[in-house]
Structures are given as C-alpha cells and as structure tokens.
Design a binder for this molecule. Structure first.
Ligand SMILES: [Zn+2]
Length: 323
C-alpha cells in the first residue's frame, strides 16, 4: 500500500496552527445522543424551513468576517476572548466528521475547552430566545439560544450557570452564562450556529460552521495521500472551513460528492452514520492540532485518483491527484 504525499493547489496561505495543541479527551462523549435528544424535541416546530440550504451561509460568512475585523466596533466576537481577532478561542473539536475516543459522529458545532466557570459571551447581537435548564439527563446541559434575526441563531451548551434572561437583548460580548460540563464529561462550550431557521427553537439540520461567522485565518492547505481503496486527507482542526468534497476514480462514473449541509439535513442520528452518499468516513487524530479524514468510495467502489475539497464559500481548498 503506497502512500503518496501530494501537495496540491493552494488558495489559502498557510498560517500557523500552533494555537491548537488541544487534543483528545474532548469529553464530548455522548454528543450524538445529546444532540439527538434536544434536536428531536425541537424538530416539530421548524416546519417550513429550507433544509436543503447548502449555500445560504457562505456569502454571509464573508461579510461578517470582514465587518468583524479592523474597525473597533465589532459586530461579532469570539465567545470567550470577546474579541474579533481571528481564531481568538481555541477550537478542540471542529465542525463536521470527527472521532472521540473511537466514537465517530458528525459534529453540528464547534467545541472550545474551558475551565469551569469561564464567562460565556454572545457572539453577535440578538435576543435570548430560549433558556433551557438541564434536566439532569439531556447531554446538551444548560443551554442558551440566541436569535440574531433573519433565521440566524446561535446556541451555547453545557453551561454551569445561566445569567441571560429570556427575551433579553444582547450585544456582541454580553455575558450570558458560565462554562461548565452539564450534559458532558468535561467542561467546554459547544457552540451551534444555524442559518435559515423558519420558526421557533433550533434545528441542527440547519447547522452551519460557526466559522462562517467568527473571524478566522485562512485554512492551511490540507494534504492528501492516496491508498488503494481510500484517500486520507490531513487537515487542521482550527481553522477548519471544509464544507464539501468530490472524489473521482479511473472510470467515467467514478464520481462521489458530499456536502456537509446534506449530511446535517438528514437529522440525528442518521447524520452520524459513517457512510454518507456512498462515501465511507473515518477520522483519526494522530498529530496534535490535526485530524486525518479517511474517504472511502463505497457506492460505487473505486480506487480514488483525485480529491477536491471546498470551503463554505465555495472556494477550492485542495485539488490533489494520485501519482
Ligand atoms: Zn460539541
């Protein structure tokens, strides 16, 4: 089995990933059940929303990112650092496929590891739509949901305490509670970001990468290596902006594609199945700050010869060919 390292097309400038040394023991164990539980409760109230929406968020991300940088008045801040500096808080688990202690799932937000009791801040102006106290069972824990208007919402999970009041108007940086581990194994913030919500409550079928909103550096170029039955893509955990991918093999019909939006649209628990749209998915974290995403063409099965990755703005992140 020959592993060929391929350095491919670069659109993003490689930037330091030294800020993300956090690995392992994320403590988000049980996340899948967690999100299934509260997602299930809230599915019913979200009729009429656009579940297909793969692209609505991309453009917005660019705008917000631009606004957030440079001019003193920040429209968006990171929830702990309270600044619009790129990658100001350390992401321990990114958006999309991941593996925690051998337990694969499709993560509907980002995790930021924190000591218990750290102030958690609204990332953008809005209105506190829900304050959900932990029932002792749901693994979402104490949770705050903020409505930013226009179908855009953010949610903050696992809090130890909540200071936000239902209906309260918040600004970027307003403290809404403190970090904790309610519903989780370790203290961390799980941040959800959703676009296109048509009704009350939240719906992870409309999950978007919070980095569509939060200021971040360009994603360093992933590296792909090809094996007989798969291609393995090594990429950073932060900032990770991958949204879709295309695999191609030697035959004219050997083409498989996957968009994260389509996986989330399946809902929980189906999104956590490790085969999606004919592609087997696997995640390993052999190196701090990075993860390896295995992509296995299964229906149809073929030997991958080319892989392309795109971000949520539709920009090409990687175009790699087997040698
Ligand atoms: Zn999480």
């Amino acid at each position: 089995m020959v592993r060929t390292w391929v350095f491919a097309v670069v659109l993003a400038t490689a930037t330091s990933s030294s800020a993300c040394v956090d690995l392992g023991g994320d403590g988000d164990q049980g996340h899948g059940q967690e999100q299934g539980q509260y997602e299930g409760q809230e599915h019913g109230v979200d009729d009429g929303t656009d579940h297909g929406g793969g692209d609505g968020g991309g453009d917005g991300g660019g705008e917000y990112q631009g606004e957030g940088e440079g001019d003193g008045e920040d429209d968006v801040v990171w929830p702990i650092a309270n600044t619009a500096e790129p990658d100001a808080d350390e992401v321990s688990s990114g958006f999309g496929p991941r593996d925690l202690s051998g337990d694969y799932d499709f993560h509907a937000g980002i995790d930021i590891k924190l000591p218990e009791g750290t102030p958690i801040r609204a990332i953008k102006a809005g209105t506190v739509e829900q304050v959900t106290l932990w029932d002792g069972q749901s693994s979402s824990g104490n949770r705050v949901l903020i409505d930013h208007g226009g179908g855009e919402k953010s949610a903050y999970l696992h809090l130890s305490s909540i200071s936000a009041k239902l209906g309260e108007a918040v600004e970027p940086g307003t403290v809404i509670g403190r970090s904790g581990s309610t519903g989780a194994n370790t203290s961390h913030l799980h941040l959800n970001y959703m676009l296109g919500l048509g009704g009350a409550g939240m719906d992870e079928r409309l999950a978007h990468n919070p980095l569509e909103l939060l200021p971040h550096a360009p994603m360093p170029t992933p590296v792909a290596y090809f094996e007989a039955d798969r291609v393995v893509v090594e990429m950073v955990i932060q900032p990770n902006t991958v949204q879709s991918l295309i695999l191609e093999g030697p035959g004219p019909d050997d083409v498989l594609s996957l968009d994260y939006a389509d996986v989330f649209a399946l809902g929980n628990p189906d999104r956590d199945e490790p085969v999606q749209f004919g592609i087997g998915l696997g995640v390993e974290r052999p190196n701090p700050g990075y993860y390896e995403l295995s992509l296995i063409p299964m229906a149809p099965a073929f030997s991958p010869e080319r892989v392309r990755l795109y971000d949520f703005d539709g920009e090409l992140l990687l175009d790699a060919h087997a040698e």
